[in-house]
Ligand binder design. Sequence first.
Ligand SMILES: [Zn+2]
Length: 87
Amino acid sequence: MKSYAQPIKRLIDELAKLPGIGAKTAARLANYILRATPDDVEKLAESLVEVKRRIRLCSICLNPTEEDVCHICRVALHLSSLRPTQK
Ligand SMILES: [Zn+2]
């Protein structure tokens, strides 16, 4: 394997942790990031931080959501509350 400067090696190591990303693809992505504009790299980094800060798993169905309960489960809860009660 090539010898990379430490920051590049770190980036490749982090990218290689992603599912489906082997060492070769991680090196290719790192190369893309090295050549991207600072603005594009900042947008990518911010999107990673934002998704971890704002997105959680729905407490009912575990789908990603910005709320404690996702939109689909909120609708389902609402609909089930409208059902007439058994007499
Ligand atoms: Zn849900």
